[in-house]
Design a binder for this molecule. Structure first.
Ligand SMILES: Nc1ncnc2c1ncn2[C@@H]1O[C@H](COP(=O)(O)OP(=O)(O)OP(=O)(O)O)[C@@H](O)[C@H]1O
Length: 274
């Protein structure tokens, strides 16, 4: 569905993204992992239209979307969330969801005066939809609370909920698991699975928590120093010595010679790399 075609981005002398190519297939959950500074966020910003690439193209369903603004991509069904949630703090949790759908009839001054019944009807539809989302996110008890008072993890859930108020087909998630406690993380993962399986949403997820990546992602792309190091299933990725080197910065002598691996591996099946 999304083709990242030979994308590069330079900031002065830094090659943040360096000739990256891969695909985000329709209906899949693709993980984007790699050490700090690998270029993951820069690539996300390029795909979502927040920055322009120095070279290369991005294709969505065969259409060249390189350089389109975020609001134009929103109308094409592509949205992204941020590592640090961007809620409207002085609005309630419910209002944060209700303001998301674009072109609401109540935004037109004429309609608010002469078509107020239409405005009311749409508002009650939006409220019902927002309440359904909050039920699913287990945030319904906080519906009338100001968003600024939510915990970091609850804000992440709210941000994901905002994507469900759109007709997004492709959702880019930037570190959804960061700063989220284990219980909320379970809710978050279930919600992503629900959106993927029941609603057919395609995801690309930047994440350092490899447990989350292992559970959710069908396909994983590993970046290092701005380039795609390797890609495949999480099982294959975990065995790859290059990936271990990218995370650790160096390999042990045993790994170089193909001897049995130490149990304290960087990319273990149990958790995140150190
Ligand atoms: N606006 C910018 N100006 C200059 N350099 C930048 C800018 N944005 C990113 N970089 C540099 O580009 C490189 C890639 O950064 P990026 O944030 O994309 O990495 P990342 O893989 O998302 O890292 P992390 O996992 O730590 O979030 C880094 O060396 C970073 O310092």
């Amino acid at each position: 569905m999304i083709v990242i075609d030979d994308i590069s981005k330079r900031f002065g002398g830094i090659n943040a993204v360096d000739h990256c190519s891969f695909r985000i297939e329709t209906g899949q959950v693709t993980g984007l992992i790699g050490p700090n500074g690998a270029g993951k966020t820069t690539l996300f910003n390029i795909i979502a239209g927040f920055i322009r690439p120095s070279s290369g193209r991005i294709w969505l369903d065969g259409e060249d979307i390189t350089g389109l603004a975020p609001h134009q991509l929103f109308h094409r069904g592509l949205v992204r969330t941020f590592q640090i949630p961007r809620e409207f703090g002085r609005m309630t949790v419910l209002e944060n969801l209700m303001v998301v759908p674009p072109e609401q009839v109540g935004e037109n001054l004429f309609t608010t005066w002469f078509g107020w019944h239409r405005v009311r009807r749409q508002e009650s539809e939006l409220q019902a939809r927002a309440e359904e989302v909050l039920e699913r996110l287990k945030l319904i008890h906080l519906r009338d609370q100001l968003a600024v008072t939510l915990s970091g993890g609850q804000k992440k859930l709210l941000e994901l909920g905002r994507t469900l108020m759109t007709d997004a087909r492709v959702i880019l998630l930037d570190e959804p698991g960061a700063g989220v406690n284990r219980t909320l993380l379970g809710d978050l993962m279930s919600f992503i699975e629900y959106l993927n399986r029941e609603r057919g949403c395609t995801f690309c997820i930047i994440e350092h928590d490899l447990d989350l990546v292992t559970r959710l992602c069908n396909h994983v792309v590993v970046m290092a120093a701005g380039q795609v190091l390797t890609q495949g299933s999480m099982q294959d990725i975990k065995q790859n010595p290059e990936v271990r080197e990218a995370y650790l910065g160096s390999m042990t002598a045993a790994e170089r010679t193909g001897q049995p691996q130490p149990s304290t591996s960087a990319v273990s099946s149990e958790g995140s790399p150190p």
